[in-house]
Each structure stands twice: as C-alpha cells, then as structure tokens.
Write a new protein. Structure first.
Length: 120
C-alpha cells in the first residue's frame, strides 16, 4: 500500500510540475481537471485526506511554537519521520500519527465522510 501511495504521489508531482511548466493556458485545464482524469474519485479522496491530516499536524505544531525536534521529544517519533510526514514524503503508520497527535493535544476523529463533505 505504501509503495502504491508513493507511486501515486510521484505521478501527481510529475503531472503538477508539467502543468506548472506549461501553464494552465497551455493545456486548457485546471489541476483539478487533470487530477480527475488521472485518478479515481477514491484515490483523490484518499490523497486529500492524507494531505489534510499532514497539514493539520503541521499547523498544530506551528501554533504551539514547537520545533520538529521538540515534537520528537514529546512524541517519541524521530524528527526525520516528522519532517517526512509534514512534507508528504511518506504515508506514516497509524500509531505514528497517533503519537504525534497525542503530543500536540489532538486526537483522531472518525466521522461520517458524506456528511462532512455536504457541510464542507
């Protein structure tokens, strides 16, 4: 699964880079249009969820004025792992995410995705 996620991310980055190089006008499509052509709705939703979690982690760390090193001390998760989580270079294990969340005073909430999408 992690290899598939890594491959998806590499493909998305390559396509985004190509889109930026040529400009949106050159291809006549927005990134969302391109993304919908390349990925299934399930892949897009999974990617958006991963990105959202990592953005929340980074934002919570920054709001608390914590360095990645300090978060390492508080969570027991090594700083290079935290850095890779924040920049999307890996898909961390759930227990790793939970350790970091706990150190930030956060928790993982599981809710109704369709309801959340209607409200969002």
């Amino acid at each position: 699964m992690a290899a598939q996620n890594k491959q998806e991310l590499e493909i998305a980055r390559a396509n985004l880079s190509d889109l930026h190089e040529r400009g949106q006008n050159a291809v006549g499509e927005s990134w969302n249009d391109v993304r919908q052509e390349l990925f299934t709705p399930e892949e897009i939703a999974a990617s958006d969820l991963r990105v959202g979690i990592m953005m929340e982690l980074t934002q919570a760390r920054n709001e608390r004025g914590l360095s990645q090193r300090k978060l390492e001390e508080l969570s027991g998760v090594r700083q290079p792992v935290i850095a890779r989580m924040e920049n999307g270079k890996n898909s961390p294990q759930l227990d790793t995410v939970l350790k970091v969340l706990g150190a930030l005073g956060k928790t993982l909430y599981i809710g109704d995705l369709e309801k959340a999408q209607r409200q969002g």
